[in-house]
Design a protein around this ligand. Structure first.
Ligand SMILES: [Zn+2]
Ligand SMILES: [Zn+2]
Length: 442
């Protein structure tokens, strides 16, 4: 029987030996970006990597997800190491696909590298016989909440129910066998240092809005028209008028865009479309602002006598990091990068569907440095591959050892002491409760 520290040293040695291959995986994905639910090439590439490691895998989960697993020497809990497959769309990014604009401007390519690096370390070091339970390596689709219209089409065609990858995988039961979950996201924020533990993130719902008015000659007979653009602008003004009622701790974010503003300048706009997210730090705040935003949108229709059609689509739930798991991760991170290079992110007002996982499974979502530029921007690039891919691969694999060592006592302890906000059934009920379509005539 080896000590935990001996097992961790063997894993890190393997990951170091394979570091060029692991970094190469991340770089290959950087060169072949695909947005969510379209990650066919990326998924095939991940399948090939699992094949090379002689690991079994299930493919095509939530359209493109790939799930692999490996067992320890005795039965026990399952820990998932997750990486996200999808890119964003940023046409100006130097690594953008010139046709689709797909670009890895959020660092998910590094995540697939580190997930596979952790898989190599655990698989090839021979440590598994001294661990209990199972490790799942999970390449998951569609974390970025973009292309809402495309995904709504998939939803209406019955190909998916939820427009994010992890909610969809939860619905399909692909997290039913997972007891603990972890991933590491890249960051370019200098204050995060080399590895950062994270606190919480906002959750959100998505709204698609259509104002329907009546077209008429804008110069000759505007009195015969109903101006849908004016209705939309008043709807936005209504949201803006509510901003002073936000409570600080709820960290509300509502940021609408107009995606269709009129068709001909000589005609009164009759069909104006908008999209918005409604974000908040807790589920109650999202529920409250979901309704307030609808009220403001209806006011725009009422003022000019237009009709408003509001489609609300469930987005992501707020993220809570499990502090016990964060503690182990931190201890391992200190070993790899040193105490002085550990950061803490506090609350973030963006959103991730790792939040959904964290509502039903003990979860951590720490950050790794190694990137520069603005997240989701044209200049977001990994410059330190060792930090962005190799170090988090080691820290995650080491944390798996802590959880599953011996009889997986630590994993069992975390599972026994964590009070999760929701069961899977409550989660699905909550998400489905957000989904609705409303038509309102002003
Ligand atoms: Zn992102
Ligand atoms: Zn991301």
């Amino acid at each position: 029987m080896s000590t935990k520290e001996e097992l961790k040293a063997r894993i890190c040695e393997i990951i170091d030996q394979r570091s060029q291959e692991v970094i190469g995986i991340a770089q290959h994905i950087l060169e072949n970006p695909e947005p969510g639910f379209r990650e066919q090439k990326t998924a095939r590439f991940v399948q090939e990597q699992f094949d090379k490691l002689e690991l079994p895998h299930k493919d095509g989960l939530a359209l493109t997800g790939v799930k692999s697993w490996v067992d320890g020497g005795s039965p026990g809990p399952t820990v998932a190491v997750i990486g996200e497959l999808d890119s964003l769309r940023v046409f100006e990014h130097p690594k953008a696909d010139p046709e689709t604009g797909a670009a890895h401007a959020c660092g998910h390519h590094a995540q697939i590298g580190m997930m596979l690096g952790a898989a190599m370390g655990l698989r090839l070091s021979g440590v598994l016989s001294e661990l209990a339970g199972r490790v799942v390596f999970f390449a998951v689709p569609a974390e970025e909440l973009i292309e809402v219209e495309y995904r709504d089409g998939l939803r209406r065609d019955g190909k998916i129910e939820f427009i994010g990858g992890k909610p969809e995988l939860i619905r399909l039961g692909e997290f039913d066998d997972v007891d603990l979950a972890m991933m590491t996201h890249t960051t370019s924020v200098p204050d995060d240092r080399k590895l950062a533990l994270s606190g919480t993130n906002n959750g959100l719902v998505v709204k698609q809005i259509q104002y329907v008015g009546r077209g008429a000659h804008a110069g000759g007979s505007p009195h015969l028209g109903i101006n849908a653009l004016n209705a939309a602008m008043l709807g936005i003004q209504g949201i803006n008028a509510l901003r002073e009622t936000w409570r600080g701790d709820d960290t509300i974010r509502v940021h609408p865009i107009i995606t269709r503003g009129g068709d001909a300048v000589s005609a009164v706009p009759s069909d104006v479309r908008m999209e918005t997210f409604v974000r908040g730090s807790n589920i109650d705040a999202v529920l409250e602002w979901d309704k307030k935003v609808d009220r403001a949108l209806r006011a725009g229709a009422m003022a000019v006598g237009a009709k408003v059609h509001i489609t609300t689509i469930p987005g992501y739930l707020p993220l809570n990091n499990n502090q016990d798991m964060a503690g182990l991760y931190r201890d391992n991170a200190v070993q790899i990068v040193g105490e002085e290079n550990i950061g803490f992110t506090g609350h973030r007002t963006g959103s991730t569907d790792m939040g959904d996982i964290s509502q039903i499974i003990p979860t951590i979502h720490p950050y790794t440095g190694g990137a520069t530029g603005i997240g989701h921007g044209a200049d977001y690039l990994v410059h330190d591959w060792e930090q962005a891919v190799i170090n988090p691969a080691k820290v995650m694999a080491m944390s798996v050892v802590d959880l599953l060592y011996g009889d997986a006592a630590k994993a069992r302890e975390v599972m026994g002491t964590t009070r999760l906000p929701l069961t899977k059934d409550e989660y699905l009920k909550l998400l489905r409760g957000f989904a609705r379509e409303e038509e309102w005539q002003g």
